[in-house]
Design a protein around this ligand. Structure first.
Ligand code: ADP
Length: 479
């Protein structure tokens, strides 16, 4: 990497600023110089024009018919070296030649006309500007040439050039210094921000960057970093809670297994008692296995590594399948499960994933509905959404718990859920499964008591983009 690309922003900013400023100043100085030069030379030509008129006034015919120059009486010691007047007759004979312009070559008499002709002439290393024109004096044509030395103008232009050439690097250097100071002042808060952000470690995620002015660029950047910290903190909290909850859930069946094992070893028992102990242990192992499987599936869902296999699914038929597989549970509790799917509602979704979601919701309705109650499942289309509504006659869900029941390990009544074999993960899995298929799940209490879970899915195929593991592994894991 070049030194330039590794230099700090303030150095690069100042560098670019200096280069651009220098180029702009060069263009500006050149344009200024050319404009001044043009103006000076125009002024010189205008002065020559005045000189010409004055010189014409010094020419007059004498009594003998000759043209006489009377201008020598008007001496101007300051300017005599700088100005010249020359007069020739139409045939080219000199009538008058001033000292200052004596060294200048004679004017081209044949080329002289009534139209003024301006020329620049270099003689003995000096530049002269001349104006030549014919003029009528007493009815006779003469060629009059007025000239002025360009020395004074050139000297003034040279002074301006020196000021521009010497002043330009000075101005650019001062401006660069100012630019560097400004860039440093503007960028220092970013350094402070970086240092403050570096101090916020995983243990101090509750800390935030101070935002002196939230409307400027630095303030907005600090705001974005603070939002990121807030999200990180909440993810860390979730992770901590999840790890604590998961460890707790895993510890309970392990403690039971250990307890049964220790009891069995304490004293000799009959084969039937051992068999019963082993059976209880296996029940707990099953519970552990289910828990670990569910956690694994959720973590795959989180990682976005689950590849869905969308296919056309008849939602009414799917609901009936779920009910027939859970029917035995409802029968045990003398509950009546009714599926109302008058119209055929087909959607594109992953059948197995969707089936698990509906199973978990219906299973809860059976689990939390009282014995002998009714569970109503309605499948219908509503605009471009397909709805599966599962209504029960259970205790309903208090407002403050309505969002949280979809969180992992959240249970309204922990003991009751555990007794019913619940892991606290059923609705978390259901929400993931529905959202992965582009839908939403929500719950509300029925006016007549009980709760109604509403699953809304897009009728059109969602852009199912999750990726992941080998689908055979997944299929084996689903209900
Ligand atoms: P669990 O394994 O405990 O059933 P879920 O994630 O399926 O876990 O449900 C979370 C909690 O939501 C349950 O513990 C229960 O308190 C509450 N819940 C779920 N479904 C219902 C329902 N149909 N009626 C009343 N409460 C429910």
């Amino acid at each position: 990497m070049s030194r330039w690309s590794t230099a700090s922003i303030r150095v690069r900013l100042t560098g670019w600023y200096t280069v651009v400023l220098f180029l702009m100043m060069v263009v500006y100085a050149t344009a200024t110089f050319l404009a001044v030069r043009h103006e000076f030379l125009e002024q010189l030509d205008a002065q020559l024009c005045d000189d010409f008129e004055t010189a014409e006034g010094f020419l007059a015919p004498a009594a003998d018919g000759r043209i006489v120059w009377s201008g020598d009486r008007h001496h101007d010691p300051d300017n005599d070296e700088e100005r010249g007047n020359d007069v020739w007759s139409a045939s080219g004979e000199p009538i008058y030649r001033s000292n200052a312009s004596a060294a200048l070559p004679p004017a081209a008499i044949a080329a002289a006309t009534a139209t003024p002709r301006y020329e620049s002439v270099v003689t003995n290393g000096r530049r002269w500007r001349t104006l030549t024109r014919t003029s009528l004096v007493g009815g006779r044509a003469v060629v009059l040439r007025v000239s002025r030395s360009e020395d004074r103008v050139r000297a003034q232009l040279w002074e301006i050039l020196v000021v521009l050439v010497l002043g330009l690097p000075l101005v650019v250097a001062l401006a660069s210094l100012g630019g560097y100071t400004l860039a440093r002042r503007a960028l220092t808060p970013i350094d402070h921000l970086g240092a403050a952000a570096r101090r916020i470690t995983a243990e101090r995620l509750h800390e935030r960057l101070s935002v002196p002015n939230q409307h400027d660029e630095i303030g907005r950047l600090a705001g974005v970093i603070n939002e990121t910290f807030a999200r990180l903190e909440s993810s860390f909290d979730q992770l901590r809670r999840f790890t604590a909850d998961a460890s707790h859930e895993l510890r309970t069946p392990l403690a039971v297994i250990r307890g049964i094992g220790e009891m069995g070893l304490k004293e000799t028992r009959t084969p039937a008692e051992y068999k019963e102990s082993l059976g209880s242990m296996l029940e707990e192992v099953d519970r552990l296995t289910t828990l670990v499987d569910t956690l694994l599936r959720l973590s795959h869902g989180d990682a976005g590594t689950v590849r869905l296999s969308p296919e056309s699914v008849d939602l009414g038929q799917l609901a009936r399948d779920v009910v027939s597989s859970l029917g035995i549970l409802a029968e045990e509790r003398h509950q009546r499960v009714r599926v109302d799917a008058a119209e055929t509602v087909s959607i594109t979704a992953d059948r197995l994933v969707l089936r698990e979601a509906i199973t978990n919701v219906v299973d809860n309705a059976i689990k939390y509905g009282p014995r002998g109650s009714a569970i109503d499942i309605r499948v219908y289309a509503e605009g471009d959404r397909a709805i599966v509504a599962v209504a029960d006659e259970g205790p309903g869900i208090a407002g403050e718990h309505r969002e949280r029941i979809f969180d992992r390990f959240f249970r309204v009544d922990e003991a009751r859920s555990r007794d019913g074999g619940g892991t606290g993960l059923g609705l978390a899995i259901a929400r993931w499964a529905i959202e992965a298929n582009g839908g939403q799940i929500s719950v509300e209490n029925r006016p007549s008591g009980g709760s109604c879970f509403r699953i809304a899915l897009p009728v059109r195929s969602p852009a199912v983009t999750e990726h992941h593991e080998d689908s055979t592994q997944r299929k084996g894991g689903y209900v």
